[in-house]
Structures are given as C-alpha cells and as structure tokens.
Design a protein around this ligand. Structure first.
Ligand code: SF4
Length: 312
C-alpha cells in the first residue's frame, strides 16, 4: 500500500499531500479515547517499518502528478515520530520538495528523545498535541505507554517552542467529562502560557471514536475557550459550528466577546443571529473591530487591543 495520500485541502494548512509512516496499521505510544483508529495497546517502538526508499519513491510519483502542493504533511496510523528513519527521511524530502513546506503532526510524547527533538527542528511547521496537563487526566484521555509523563511532555514542548524557528501549532482535543473541567483548563492554561506558538487549535470529537466517549457542542467549546487567558492564540476548530444556536448580542457584548476571545467568521456565523451580524458589520465598518491573520486563519478582535494579542 502506498504511504502517500491526498492531496487534501485544508483552510489552515492549504493543499497537502500526506505521508503515512505506519501504513500497515496502528502503531502508537498512546491509545487515546477519541482515536479515529480502532483501540490498540500503546507500544514503545514500531514493529513494522516501511522502508524510507519506498516512501520517497511514492512521494516523488505523487509530486509529479500533483505539482501544486503547499505542504507535505507527515503523519501516521499512530505516532510518526516513532518512525526510526524520520531524520534521514526529512533530509531526503528537503532535497526534492522545492518551495513546498513540511509539516508534522505529533502527539508530543517522543519530543524528549534528542534525535526526535532535533529532527522536528528541521520542519517548516510542527503541530503538537496536548490534551491534558495533569497526570490523572493525561492517563485517562491519552492512555500512554509506560514511562511517558505529562510533566516531561510539557517541559519538552516549552523548550521546543523557544528553539523552533518555523510555525508551531498546538492542538487540544476536548472530550466531555474527561478533560473539560475547570481545574483541567486552569492546569492547561498554566502549561500553555510559557509556550511560544503561532496558534492553539481547540476541537472535539467529530469522527467515531475508539471508545464510547462524547464530544462537546460548539457552544460548550466556545465557553471553554473563554476560560483561557485572552492572550493565548486560541482558535476553535469544530465541525459542530453548523449545529450551534445563534444568539442576540448588543454592540457592547460583541466588543466584550471579541476582547475575551478573537473569533473567526465561522464562529461569528455560529454564535450571532442576523441582527447581531449586522451590528458586527457596522462595528467593522466603523473601525472598532479589526481583522488579524494568524497562520492562514483570520480572526476579528476589538481594534484597540489588536496589538496586545500574543503571537510568536
Ligand atoms: S496519538 Fe493519535 S493515533 Fe495515537 S492513539 Fe492518539 S489519536 Fe490515535
């Protein structure tokens, strides 16, 4: 089976060609409750390793068929940083990719290994998961292999964020009743504040999960997003926007809401009723609201505080 999939288009990352570093089946050091793959015990090492040469041949063939690619995304049926030839593979990709960006999606667990840390520094873009900040919740949601601790993951992400020169994204996936408590959000906020990143995507389950757990509604995700420090560059990523119930907001409520949490047009469509959207448009025309772009995503925020929001 080819290790290459796509191209797929995403608003956040552009047109992407994916490389699956575990195309034979799930090989992961986590066994997350929300995983889209079937449950499988967490393992420390890949048992089945796809030869690097065959991945490169597949990639070259795909690139010749699809020349207009923005990003090559390295992922896996499992955790891509467990692939033992990752460093050499990235070097080889760099020799053939031209202007195309490289992106890796990782669960952050191997970042403490010096070779993985230096390999990830070679990417143009890195997306790291961080679903919990307390040991109990981490074990409950991500079900890691023996010896992986959340304290060291947070330390490694923080250290990486200050050395990495590319674009760094974090992702938190919320599961109802598991990592959405006030105390866990406060612990996550303490972990996130020292991390220097371009965007923090918060989302929930939108595909059938490995275990019987539930996602959050858009409103619940939005309320959670408001509990975080407004300086954090949080972006709600959810396919549940369409199911939201719009509400009425006065001019002042619109400005206060955007001050607490900058929103995308999708968020505004989901949250605001038609009169509130008209008020929002008027405030935008009057220059009281401004648009900011963070790594391909446009947000709206009160114009007066646009410069004080954090970004890398
Ligand atoms: S890290 Fe990803 S692949 Fe591994 S169990 Fe969790 S969701 Fe599944």
């Amino acid at each position: 089976m080819s290790s290459i999939f796509g191209p797929v288009h995403s608003r956040r990352f552009g047109t992407s060609l994916g490389i699956d570093l575990s195309s034979s089946g799930k090989q992961c050091n986590f066994d997350c409750l929300y995983c889209e793959l079937a449950p499988a015990p967490a393992i420390a090492h890949q048992h089945t390793v796809t030869p690097k040469e065959s991945i490169l041949t597949d990639l070259q063939n795909s690139l010749s068929k699809h020349p207009s690619i923005d990003v090559i995304t390295i992922t896996a049926n499992g955790e891509p940083t467990m692939y033992p030839q990752l460093s050499a593979l990235v070097d080889d990709i760099d020799t053939i990719k031209g202007d195309i960006q490289t992106l890796i999606l990782s669960n952050s667990a191997c970042l403490g290994e010096p070779e993985v840390f230096t390999t990830l520094l070679k990417f143009d873009q890195v997306k790291l998961s961080l679903d919990a900040a307390t040991p109990e919740t981490f074990k409950k949601i991500d079900r890691p292999a023996e010896g992986i601790t959340i304290g060291s993951i947070i330390d490694n992400i923080t250290r990486f964020s200050h050395e990495f020169e590319g674009k760094l994204f974090l992702e938190i996936l919320f599961v109802k009743g598991v990592n959405d408590s006030l105390s866990e959000v406060e612990a996550l906020e303490r972990a996130l504040l020292p991390i220097s990143c371009d965007r923090i995507d918060i989302g929930t389950i939108d595909r059938p999960p490995a275990y019987p757990v539930q996602g959050l509604s858009f409103e619940e995700l939005y309320l959670l997003s408001c509990r975080f420090d407004p300086e954090l560059p949080i972006h709600i990523v959810s396919r549940t926007h369409a199911a939201a119930t719009p509400s009425s907001y006065s001019d002042e409520e619109i400005l206060t809401t955007l001050d607490k949490r900058p929103l995308t047009m999708d968020d505004i469509d989901a949250l605001f009723d038609s009169e509130s959207k008209q008020r929002f448009a008027n405030l935008l025309n009057q220059g009281k609201i401004a648009q900011i772009e963070r790594s391909n995503v446009n947000f709206f925020s009160p114009a007066e505080n646009i410069h004080r929001k954090r970004s890398k």
